[in-house]
Every structure is written in structure tokens, then in C-alpha cells.
Design a protein around this ligand. Sequence first.
Ligand code: 6MZ
Length: 336
Amino acid sequence: MEEELQFCEKVPKIELHAHLNGSISLEKLKLLNDNDVPTLPQYEITSSTPLKQCFEVFKIAHTIVNNPLKVYEATLSVIEDFYKDNVIYLELRSTPRMIPDIMTKDVYIESVIKAIQTASLTFPKILVKFLISVNRAHGIENATENILSAIKYHEMYPEYVVGLDLSGDPSEGEAFLHLLERARNAGLKIAAHCAEVPNNDEVEDILNFKPDRLGHCTHIHPDLNGSNELFEQLLTSKIPIELCITSNIKCQTVSDYSKHQFNYFYKANHPICIATDDKSVFNTTLSKEFQIIKTHFKLSSKELIKLSLAAVDYSFATNNEKEKLRQIIKNFTYLE
Ligand code: 6MZ
């Protein structure tokens, strides 16, 4: 077990689904917590917790990370964590937050970008991109605002702001697909959470929209409350799926590893990548997620590296950057 984790730690990895505020380590949150938020011990989810309750946990980080400097510091520390876990490419996603008299959404976005710029000098071995999130539960005005900001900052910083993420409590709100279309027309890539809870009508709309990547895709196979038609439509679309195993198990959206959608998509040879979702809230790392794949789905070391390599193709990096990332992974040597 320990040996497997050590191997997974050494593999150069690609992280494509990480929410900033769910990824800030407990240690960093404690350092940033000058308001003495008393609920910190409840932060990490250690046992099964209904998905709905997880969205309460994110509010703890939001209460603590409450000014531009803290956004900057939190972002930098998350990048450092991934760098130390041998992640060579990271797409961080985050929902711009406004705090009256303290921080506008633009200042929030700029603080994240500044941290990515600093990281490119301090931790040059990890390449970081930023996806601006739209929270589906926050209404159309908010969604419009975030999408316009994403377009603006993509124009100003095309090397950092590369895409848009549709996320938030899947049992609330809507997918705002007509707004996502605007972002896509402006050159942003779209990563959309899909079927984290059963909702076949919405899944059909999202699949017809054809985002560049999909998150979770739990309830699509007929065995998981989806349907044959949706599963077939997804396979035909070949849209890459970001799979976050620990997140799904801890949030009880699947009952155990043997029922996880990984089984169906891997068998079908569908493009997938492995991700952490909220590494701090779910007490995981990308290496631990790789180890889970090895242990529970019986992948060989070679197959794991193949997954890492394939994830480069699904990233929103430039072709040049992708080629460099592929070389790093291909140069990784190990004993079978
Ligand atoms: C959907 C999620 C999520 O944006 O403040 N988020 N959305 N499903 C999930 N599965 C568990 N995990 C996190 O990071 C926290 C925000 O990311 C989204 C939620 O909107 C959460 O408030 P940021 O950096």
C-alpha cells in the first residue's frame, strides 16, 4: 500500500478539476483565520456526508479567505501543495467573490492571477491555468457578471485565464447554457459539472451543448439512474470526463468503488482523467486518487501513466505547452 502511494507520488500528474477554496489546506486556513472561525474542526469531511452538506463546508473557507491578500496567499499555498505532490500542470477553478468595501470580483480575480504569476517564478515546474467559475445556484445576474469577467480577463491574460467552470450545488439553480455559449464564442473553454445528482433532462441539454470537458458524470449510466440513451450519447460525443473518486464516495453520490462510474467509462475506453475536486475538504491528494485507481480498479503502473499522459490532451494548455508536458511524463522512468 505504502509502496503504491510512493509510486503514485512520483508520477508526474495533471490536475484538471480543483476548486480553489475547497483545496486550501487546513494548516493554511488556520494561519489565515484571524477572525477565529470556531467551526474549523468540522472542515475536513472524514466520513460520508450528504452532498448538500458539503456546500456548507465551503462557506467556512469563504468566511476565512476574506480579503485580496488572503486570496493571493491561499492560491499560492494551493499551488505549492500540488507542486509538492508532483503535479506538473494544474487548472485551478474559482468563483469570483465580492465583499462590500473590501474586495470586488475583479480584485478577487486579479489576486488569483497575481498568485499564479508569482508561482510561475517560485515553482516553475508546475504550469497553472485559471478557470473562472459560475455558481449555478447564484442566479442569472451573478452568472452573467462572472461570464463577462471571464471574457474580459481572458482577453487581458490569455496565458492564465483559459476557461469557464459551471459548478455549485447541483440540486439548485440551472446550467445557464445560453450564457456559456457567449463565453465559448469569446474563445474560453468550457468545463461543466454534469449529472452529479440524477437529472436526465439537464444532462441531455448539457450533452447537446457539448462542453470541452465534463465533471463527474455520475448519474448517466442506466445502473446509476441515467439511461442507455444518455450513456450512448456521451460515449459518442467523446467529451473527456473529470472523475473525482474520493469526492463522490464521501459525498455519497455513489455507494462504493464497485459502483463508481469509473468502471463504465474505463471499460468503454472513454476519455477520462483523475482529479481531486476539493483536496482539503475531502482529505486527499492527486497521488492518493491515483493510488485508489490502482487499488480498487486494478490498474497497472503503466496504465496509470497512460492516464496521466492522456490527461494532457484534455487540458486547456496550448499545443506547445502540451508537448512539453508529454515529454516530462514520457521521460518518467520506473520499475514494473
Ligand atoms: C459542485 C463544487 C463542488 O469556487 O470558492 N464546488 N460544485 N460540485 C462539487 N462537488 C463536491 N465542490 C466545490 O471553491 C468552492 C466552490 O466550488 C464549487 C462550489 O460552488 C463551492 O462553493 P471556490 O474557489
